[in-house]
Ligand binder design. Structure first.
Ligand SMILES: [Zn+2]
Length: 251
């Protein structure tokens, strides 16, 4: 009997905090509301977004919250993320406000630089923040099925994938990926050194590449383009500066 109990406890570990609340006669929904938090800081009790909180926001409000999150990150004053509380509150359902398409670069982790927690944002990361059918499908899921209000494409300074595309790097499967970025190289007007060694040019191409990715999303995803036309979502671009930590929104 004791062994069975232990087994069940192992398979279905009770959370001490939740147990205390339930013992006190507080239902799970109420508990989640009590611990609720959005991307706006609400202290140490931070939990994931609730459906009510997410649904009440407009796309512009979501963008504003992402901007505020980046300001907190830059100021060195992020939320006191209680990841276990966020894990608990999001385990039975997720209501992220945005889907972020960003680069795999280890120095540009979207959730950290936007001070978002577990359950707050969907994240797609691929070298050079390009879109393809798999990523479009992921973003369509995020917005059309799961209710996210914003598609944020985020490029960054000193992007190795962009520099590789500029310098015509060839390496296995990477060659095909860089081919997607190359039109941004040609489309970037720049009169100086147009090589991957020129940081200014690399950053200019990265910005063009973000704009190209957004155009590709609108062109290749009638679902996302339709949601945007209806005003249900916004598709926006941004550039993250590795040096000063700032995310600049492009539109
Ligand atoms: Zn990159």
């Amino acid at each position: 009997m004791e062994a069975m109990k232990n087994c069940c406890m192992t398979r279905h570990p009770q959370d001490p905090g939740r147990r205390t609340l339930l013992k006190a006669g507080v239902g799970a929904g109420t508990a989640a509301m009590m611990a609720a938090v959005s991307l706006v800081p609400r202290g140490a009790e931070a939990a994931s977004l609730t459906q009510a909180q997410r649904d009440a926001m407009t796309p512009d409000q979501v963008i504003e919250m992402l901007k505020q999150g980046n300001q907190r990150f830059r100021a060195g004053k992020p939320q006191q993320h209680d990841y276990l509380a966020q894990k608990r509150s999001s385990a039975s359902g997720q209501f992220p406000a945005a889907v972020i398409l960003s680069c795999i670069d280890s120095r540009a982790p979207a959730e950290i630089i936007l001070d978002a927690g577990i359950g707050d944002t969907f994240n797609g990361r691929v070298a050079g923040n390009i879109s393809n059918s798999d990523l479009l499908g992921s973003m369509e899921f995020a917005c059309a099925a799961a209710g996210a209000k914003v598609v944020l494409v985020m490029g960054h300074t000193a992007c190795g994938a962009v520099a590789g595309a500029i310098d015509n790097v060839e390496l296995g499967n990477l060659t095909g990926l860089l081919k997607v970025i190359k039109p941004a190289v040609e489309a970037t007007k720049y009169s100086g050194d147009r090589s991957g060694k020129n940081a200014e040019f690399v950053d200019a191409v990265a910005k063009t590449n973000v704009q190209h990715t957004i155009a590709a999303i609108r062109k290749n995803s009638p679902i996302l383009a339709g949601l945007e036309k209806e005003g249900k979502i916004k598709i926006v671009g941004s550039m993250y500066d590795l040096s000063n930590g700032m995310v600049t929104f492009l539109s």
